[in-house]
Design a protein around this ligand. Structure first.
Ligand code: ADP
Length: 255
């Protein structure tokens, strides 16, 4: 993709649930390599926006384009294949698998040979599987998870589980990563580590959109912030400008 070309374009998206417009004519454009913050009071439509972008909800109006292609009616599976990865507000790790296996599943999905590998004979599969384990080891190491590799995620402290979820999302080698409230439930030190992790993810070439309630984190991490209230974009811009916008201050006073 060319420099300056957006990685994601949301154009006039509306999401209507019966009587409620969770999103009302929402438009935003995210550039390659950006860390974008999405903030807003509870119920303002942030998670709904992620659900539309990642294909879980089909919007009742508007378009979503990813990497220059219209993806409005695409399935989450197709979007994942196209290079979009996400985490959830409530962790969704595989509880029956170990930490390493959770990573392996994501790596396996990102492999290039796909189903063809099963036609290539056991030698190729063995080499591929060895390669997968090596790559899983690298991911575990990079995220400080090696000591927990053989354990069930649910047996681990919450902050570690959050890190496993991010590691798994990144292991799928996305070009766009959506993080839904990654700092929720973390202590100060863990938030500081998270901030470094997100920066390193971006520095590796992955664009990041982050929904977050921790304003300190959003302000220090994001180049651009989009503010939602009542399903509408009420402000967008650099952190310093956002913090001075009266409509934003007002929206938060009512939270
Ligand atoms: P936020 O993430 O900003 O807290 P949400 O996107 O979760 O806000 O919710 C926005 C509004 O849409 C809320 O009023 C919520 O109850 C409603 N909503 C979200 N998902 C659904 C759904 N699947 N069905 C009906 N209403 C929904």
């Amino acid at each position: 993709a060319g420099a300056g070309e957006p990685i994601l374009t949301v154009a006039g998206v509306t999401m209507q649930f019966r009587g409620l417009k969770a999103l009302d004519d929402v438009s935003l454009t995210v550039a390659h390599g950006e860390i974008r913050g999405v903030v807003g009071p509870n119920g303002s439509g942030k998670t709904t926006l992620f659900n539309v972008i990642s294909g879980l909800y089909r919007p009742t109006g508007g378009r979503v384009a990813f990497l220059g292609e219209d993806m409005t009616a695409s399935s989450p599976y197709r979007l994942a294949r196209a290079g979009m990865s996400r985490t959830f507000q409530n962790l969704r790790l595989f509880g029956d698998l170990t930490v390493e296996e959770n990573i392996l599943v994501a790596l396996d999905r990102s492999r290039t040979l796909g189903a063809w590998r099963y036609l290539l004979g056991p030698g190729v599969i063995l080499r591929q599987d060895r390669d997968l384990h090596r790559r899983a080891g690298e991911v575990l190491d990079r995220y400080g998870l090696t000591a927990f590799a053989a354990l069930a995620p649910t047996s681990l402290p919450y902050g570690i589980q959050r890190r496993v979820e991010i590691a798994r999302a990144v292991a799928a080698a996305p070009s766009l990563l959506l993080l839904d409230e990654p700092a929720a439930g973390l202590n100060g030190e863990e938030v500081r580590q998270l901030s470094e992790i997100v920066r390193s993810i971006r520095d590796s070439g992955i664009t990041v959109i982050i929904i977050e309630h921790n304003m300190g984190l959003v302000m220090s991490l994001c180049e651009q912030i989009t503010v939602l209230a009542g399903g509408r974009v009420i402000a967008e811009g650099e952190p310093a400008a956002i913090a001075r916008t009266p409509a934003v201050v007002e929206a938060y006073l009512g939270d």
